[in-house]
Design a protein around this ligand. Sequence first.
Ligand code: PGA
Ligand code: ZN
Length: 376
Amino acid sequence: MQIRNIYGRKILNSVGNWTIEVKVELDDGTVGSASVPGGLSKGASEVDTIEAEAALFIIEEIKDELIGIEFKSTFDLDIKLLQMDNTENKSKLGGNTLLGLSVAFTKAIAITQRHETYEYIHKLLNPEIPLEVINFKMPKYMMLMLEGGAHGSSDATIQEFMAIVNEIPRGVEIYNSVKKELHNLGKSTNVGAEGAFSPEGFDNRMSLEIMTKFLRDEKIALDVAASTIPKEDIPNYDELLTDFPISSIEDPLGEEDWANWEFFASKHLNKIQVVTDDLTTTNPKLLTEAIKRNVGNAIIIKPNQIGTIYETLKVVKMAKDAGWKVIVSHRGTDTNDDFISDLAVGIQSDYVKFGSPARGERVAKYNRLLEIAALI
Ligand code: PGA
Ligand code: ZN
């Protein structure tokens, strides 16, 4: 398949900053479009993001090198892009530029091959398994109820308080119950960056207490995003694990603090899910290190942390081979693109973490998951 043309334009993300949308047109006229998210609490090892205007300029500059060349799959295009960039941090072309091209091409080629995007992704990851024999399953949902840290305005230092549910409607029910309860308490139900409540004066324990009220046998997942808060604000995990039904903790410690990660994991790994995000940044080298040092048992997958679908799927495969759980995640500053819903089902991820069932950019992803659930 050959690319006939590539178009880029500046669009707004969910917090009023500029990002890019990329459209890739194939030689049969099929068009795939992708808009690129960004992070609010980014890991230090994420690849470089180039400012939107400059990224568009780069697309104009490199497109002649991509047009008219035969790319059999997304991997072919991604390998070419990686060769053209040829830097460790994607500093020449920008991780955001590469991801826009990679995802837009992926969507276009799926259409050309008469596949849903999630089917095409499954083929990319598992070329040996015919699509007809696959019994696609939906992931579980880590649905966001309250947010603090860099994402909210409450006193909570933990960034994300999520309920783990098997079905979207159940998550929505808990979300609306928390909202009603906050309203009854005279607290604000304004939402934070990812659509969750973040009432003034609510600390970590109060946030956990209010959501625990509405859980049945569901468990809680936390994202502490510890790299973004002062060390003294990192909570006492023993206390929280004793007092609340928490089964998953993401980034409990800072991204430089490997020794304490090892200690934390040795204590908790057999009881809860220890999730790496800022520590591994969807990066094959960092995941290799994390597996070797046995610091976790689940990884957050965010394609824009690394830049291409090729590398993203490489990390997914490594994680699965090591027996780690896989969690596909949105970003703090996101767009209405619902590609990661297809990615999650395509790779058969264990969980998705797409924020609250509020704010258009989050809802777009849940609505695509609902659509996929009806298709599989
Ligand atoms: P982000 O954080 O704001 O960097 O996307 C989300 C997360 O840490 O999971
Ligand atoms: Zn995180």
